[in-house]
Write a protein that binds this ligand. Structure first.
Ligand code: AMP
Length: 270
């Protein structure tokens, strides 16, 4: 695996490849990231992983500083997976050029966009920079961050004529979605999250089973979960998978949640 830290080297290394699979990450590589890499490998693509903790998508400096980093361990995992290139730029390298700014439409300011001002604008900015450098055929992204995947597909997918591949959320045996942020949680919180997830999976299953087609008010369930587990829920909403519209039960829908536990903000969808 070749490690590349600057744009000049990157251009030189990858300019002749036709079939590039790109896996953007913020590091702290876990089995969720590994599933994305394996999908790229399956397509016989020259696989490029980026590790970049993007400052512009954190709305709190403390959150950015506390984000778990372990580059040595990451490199050793990526080498074993036979990743071809690791792109590891510094902030000043990736942000040295002036680039277009992204503004979300009113209709897009839902779910996390409502609670994390500027977050997706930062995600779109960094992805725009990465995709302009890495002209890949496929980009592999996780459904764990469903709204991110949705916005990148909608806004950048067309611009770069790339295929963005949805990869399912990888969970541990307790149904907890793998996430780099999980390293910040204590055992008690992990247990709570597992119980919350079992409840939410049942809630979704019951509705699918009943073939539910009506508006649904989850406020009582929200209050109950908040009280039982002493957490603060930002949102718990059923939304359409295709357009993220609220409570549309016409096509496939997902249950989206964001909450803070043990001072860590988690998101998931079922
Ligand atoms: P991150 O490093 O958290 O920014 O994630 C990098 C990519 O990995 C994103 O496309 C995420 O959606 C994806 N990802 C993170 N966790 C998981 C997971 N548990 N299962 C599948 N994909 C994931």
């Amino acid at each position: 695996m070749k490690i590349i830290k600057n744009i000049f080297e990157l251009n030189k290394a990858i300019k002749n490849y036709k079939n590039i699979g790109f896996v953007p990450t913020m590091g702290g590589i876990h089995k969720g990231h590994i599933s994305l890499i394996k999908n790229s490998k399956k397509m016989k693509a020259e696989t490029i992983v980026s590790i970049f903790v993007n400052p512009t998508q954190f709305n709190k400096k403390k959150d950015f500083n506390n984000y778990p980093r372990n580059i040595k361990k990451d490199i050793s995992i990526l080498k074993k997976l036979k990743v071809n290139y690791l792109f590891l730029p510094e902030v000043k390298e990736l942000y040295k050029e002036k680039k277009e700014k992204f503004v979300l439409k009113k209709s897009e300011k839902i779910l996390c966009a409502k609670f994390r001002k500027g977050h997706f604008e930062g995600v779109l900015d960094v992805m725009n920079r990465l995709l302009s450098l890495i002209k890949s055929k496929h980009v592999f992204m996780g459904e764990k961050d469903f709204q991110q995947l949705f916005l990148i597909k909608k806004i950048l997918g067309k611009k770069y004529k790339i295929k963005i591949v949805n990869c399912p959320t990888i969970r541990d045996k307790n149904k907890i979605a793998l996430s780099t942020r999980n390293k910040l949680l204590n055992y008690k919180s992990i247990k709570k999250i597992s119980n919350i997830n079992l409840k939410l999976l049942k809630l979704k299953k019951d509705l699918v089973f009943k073939n539910y087609k009506k508006q649904i008010n989850l406020s009582k369930i929200i209050t109950k979960i908040e009280m039982n587990y002493k957490i603060k829920i930002d949102y718990l909403e059923f939304r359409d998978e295709k357009n993220l519209k609220l409570n549309e039960f016409k096509q496939n829908y997902r249950l989206f949640i964001a909450y803070t536990i043990d001072k860590v903000r988690l998101i998931d969808n079922f």
